[in-house]
Design a protein around this ligand. Structure first.
Ligand SMILES: O=C(O)C1=C[C@@H](OP(=O)(O)O)[C@@H](O)[C@H](O)C1
Ligand SMILES: C=C(OP(=O)(O)O)C(=O)O
Length: 449
């Protein structure tokens, strides 16, 4: 974040239901990958719908520092050219990945497998997050890593001149770790094998195919075995980035909770490894309809119609977590308004996001009158409280907490204030004006409504 001063905001229940048609910004996961894979391909890739959020702009800057040409055109599309696999150069300065775990971890895979030296850091939130999960497996390519104690940023990488292919079974369900290893495997001679015991978002695999790599995926028990042949000739291939389902989650839950609302969200990504929230909300009684289902650049897309619904509590199994890992704070808001208790299971990974989201979601709900507990790795929410809202939420440099708390304020009996709205720009620039265009009452604290 550039501006130094926090910008508090307040959300209150609007006088009228939410209504209208919107599109949410491009998918964050696909946007990072589009810039990285395009920089490793031969030729010029045109990317339409790229998310222009702070996190993705960090990836764009890093790819430039490694020698790629990355430019925004007047029509809003982005052009990325080369330098191509194996041809990256050492950056002149430290790579600052800001708030973005995806940018930092995926880039480690690229750096480890090129004959370069680089130093990487991030903001205070990212410097607290674990990097050993990528450092350890990537060291087997022959790369050298030196990191702060605990495997934290800043870190320095001396990439392998002749990277070795990897064979690795993921100990945690993480698309970031999987993708870092696939990126490293691209420049290794031979076949890289990754086993994931639980399927995670497969945007890297889809995009690798799109760029012409040879990749096989076999179902194995509940998980997958992925085999990537190294040193393919990646050819530039245009990309249309779908709307981010993780961003759509916020207007969706707001529309479900504000009586009488009915909204349409166009062009939302519907990859089934990302849509666990939609399945869960439907189990709770949500009225969400998909129309115009179609495909763009190897990804499923559709328009969503969402109508206000009376929700009931839900029990979400742990094996659904990878398909909705970023959506638990906003799901917890829906559960607080639902009739009956909810149990969201197996959320250990939430402890290592931009904040400890298990603790922070609990604090957010308690500060606003909801009854909630952490039991082991589960979040248990009582639901159906008489009066919610009236609290101040500390957002802890976490965009998803900030947006969840504002949605809580839109549906609650009393307004909700957040201490700082700046981090929303990491994944959802324009969130507040877009919500206001639907009729939401959100304003900077102290500003006239
Ligand atoms: O691969 C990705 O683009 C992402 C994977 C997830 O992280 P993990 O792989 O750490 O679960 C998710 O939380 C993050 O927002 C984006
Ligand atoms: C966890 C997230 O992102 P990242 O890991 O890229 O910081 C997120 O967007 O919720």
């Amino acid at each position: 974040m550039n501006a130094e001063t926090p910008i508090p905001h307040r959300a209150r229940r609007p006088a009228a239901p939410l209504a209208g048609t919107i599109a949410v910004p491009g998918d964050k996961s696909i946007s990072h990958r589009a810039l990285m894979f395009a920089g490793l391909a031969i030729g010029e890739t045109r990317i339409t719908g790229l998310l222009e959020g702070e996190d993705v702009l960090r990836t764009a800057a890093a790819m430039r520092a490694l020698g790629a040409e990355v430019a925004r055109l007047d029509d809003g599309a982005w052009l990325v050219a080369g330098p191509g696999l194996g041809a990256l150069r050492s950056p002149d300065d430290v790579l600052d990945m800001g708030n973005s775990g995806t940018a930092a971890r995926l880039l480690c895979g690229i750096l480890a497998s090129h004959d370069i030296f680089a130093v990487m850091t991030g903001d205070a939130s990212l410097r607290r997050r674990p990097m050993r999960r990528v450092i350890e497996p990537l060291a087997a390519t022959g790369a050298g890593f030196a990191a702060r104690p605990g495997g934290r940023l800043p870190l320095a990488v001396t990439g392998a001149a002749e990277p070795l292919p990897l064979s690795y079974r993921l100990p945690v369900a993480s698309a970031q770790v999987k993708s870092a290893l696939l990126l490293a495997g691209l420049n290794a001679r031979g076949v890289t094998e990754i086993e994931e015991p639980e399927p995670t978002r497969d945007h890297s695999e889809n995009m690798l195919r799109h760029f012409g790599a040879s990749i096989d995926i076999h179902t194995q028990g509940t998980g997958r075995l992925i085999r990537l042949r190294g040193q393919p000739e990646l050819r530039a291939a245009d990309i249309v980035v779908p709307g981010d389902p993780s961003s759509a989650a916020f207007p969706i839950v707001a529309a479900l909770l504000i009586p009488g609302s009915r909204i349409t969200i166009e062009g939302v990504g519907l990859n089934k490894l990302r849509t666990g929230l939609f399945a869960t909300l439907r189990e709770m009684g949500a009225d969400i309809t998909v129309i115009n289902a179609r495909e763009a650049a190897g990804e499923k897309v559709g328009d969503l119609i969402v109508a206000a619904s009376a929700l009931r509590g839900v029990d979400v199994p742990a094996d659904r977590a990878p398909s909705m890992i970023d959506e638990y704070p906003i799901l917890a808001i829906a559960c607080a308004f639902a009739r009956g208790p909810s149990r969201l299971r197996g959320l250990a990974e939430l402890r290592v996001k931009e904040s400890d989201r298990l603790a922070a979601t609990t604090d957010m709900l308690r500060a606003n009158g909801a009854s909630v507990a952490i039991e082991g790795d589960d979040l248990v929410i009582v639901g159906g409280a008489n009066r919610l809202g009236g609290g101040l939420v500390t957002t802890q440099m976490d965009h998803r907490l900030a947006m969840s708390a504002l949605v809580l304020g839109l549906a609650a009996d009393a307004p909700v204030t957040i201490d700082d709205a700046r981090f929303i720009d990491t994944s959802f620039p324009g969130f507040i004006p877009l919500m206001r265009s639907l009729g939401a009452d959100i304003a900077a604290e102290g500003a006239p409504a």
